[in-house]
Design a protein around this ligand. Structure first.
Ligand SMILES: *Cc1c(COP(=O)(O)O)cnc(C)c1O
Length: 362
């Protein structure tokens, strides 16, 4: 690769990717551990054979039917009042985020986000030549007005705030969101990839969209929706902003297959809510168990837990892999992140963790 005439800022970089191993218990990428139900799989098969017959034609460029279905889902899930014109879907929220940066970023723009955070933000900025900076969260991973003031003093064009945050699970305090909305005049992107797992009663930032033309909320079907393999994420914002996004989208970016299978999955959202509730309660039980066993656990409103501290987290991570349990080495040094699995998987994780950590506590 070093002999290729690639862009100078990409030389020596490695592509994004969590290590993937074929082990029995995979709790490393925050997927929903429950696959689609047999009923949903049967419906998917039906729609795919129907779509198959018309794949000679390009898909609906504007994905209007899917956008209407996503709007309906958002209005139920987050008590919003949005319509198809407030929604923009793409191949995963990753693509949506990159489109947002293609539209609002650039070499003369600065994006600031709060660390520790999701590592892809830096890559979207790199890909769009947008300047990238982070501000540190508090030691309990919260954000407060002091930190927001510090960010605002750098005069950013874009701010990304993730709630619940990855990899910490931290839920943004609604008062901090209000403070951001009141004091920031640029484009505020709220990444709500894990929104469905947030504590009951926490309002989604989507409710603020009618009064904030520069607010974009990004959602995905990859996590709670058990649909990571289909690649479907979406932005929610005022219609004018969504219309502007069309400037940078590639023609026919979202395949007919993706649009149609996502619509079928959305019909099953009530079924998924049951899984979300189970995963939430598994998360809370696992957090208590970890604390009872002497670990520190960051309060989480997502489907994963960040826990520690480890003197040598790499060693613990490797020993867990040897035990057949794959989690994620991410976040601040000394911490590890585990996705919430099925009750059976979580038990295997607990047993393996007890076995390997007896001699590796800070
Ligand atoms: C997983 C994740 C995403 C990516 O989701 P896709 O829709 O699968 O691209 C976005 N943001 C955060 C914070 C995530 O953890």
């Amino acid at each position: 690769m070093n002999d290729l005439p690639i862009r100078s800022d990409l030389v020596g970089r490695s592509p994004y990717g969590a290590p993937q191993f074929d082990v029995p218990v995979r709790l490393n990428t925050n997927e929903n551990p429950f696959g689609p139900s047999p009923e949903l799989v049967a419906e998917l098969a039906k729609v795919i054979s129907k779509v198959g017959a018309s794949l000679n034609r390009y898909p609906d460029r504007d994905a209007l039917a899917l956008r209407a279905d996503l709007a309906k889902y958002i209005n139920t899930e987050s008590q919003g009042a949005v319509t198809a014109e407030n929604i923009w879907p793409a191949n995963g929220s990753n693509e949506v985020m990159q489109q947002l940066l293609q539209l609002f970023g650039g070499p003369d723009k600065l994006l600031v986000t709060f660390a520790p955070n999701y590592s892809m933000y830096e890559d979207y900025c790199r890909n769009t030549f947008t300047n990238y900076e982070t501000a540190n969260r508090n030691s309990d991973f919260s954000i407060d007005q002091k930190i927001i003031d510090q960010v605002l003093s750098r005069n950013p064009d874009l701010i990304v705030v993730t709630s619940p945050n990855n990899p910490t699970g931290t839920v943004l305090d609604p008062a901090e969101l209000t403070y951001l909305l009141d004091n920031f005049k640029g484009v505020l992107i709220v990444d709500e990839a894990y929104a469905e797992f947030r504590p009951a009663g926490t309002p989604s930032a989507i409710l603020e969209i009618p009064s904030h033309p520069r607010l974009v909320v990004v959602r995905t079907m990859s996590k709670a929706f058990s649909f990571a393999g289909a690649r479907l994420g979406y932005a929610v914002a005022q219609a004018e902003l969504i219309e502007a996004l069309q400037l940078v989208r590639l023609p026919y970016h979202l395949s007919k297959v993706t649009q149609e299978v996502a619509r079928v999955a959305l019909q099953f959202s009530a079924e998924l809510q049951g899984q979300v509730n189970l995963l939430r309660s598994e998360r809370d039980t696992l957090a208590i168990w970890l604390r009872d066993n002497g670990f520190t656990v960051a309060p989480s409103g997502a489907n994963f837990l960040l826990f520690g501290p480890f003197g040598d987290r790499t060693q613990t991570w490797e020993q867990l892999v040897t035990e057949g349990v794959l989690i994620r080495e991410t976040g601040p040094d000394g911490w590890l992140r585990v996705s919430i699995g099925t009750p059976k998987e979580n038990n295997k994780f607990k047993a393996a963790l007890l076995k390997v950590t007896t001699n590796n506590r800070k």
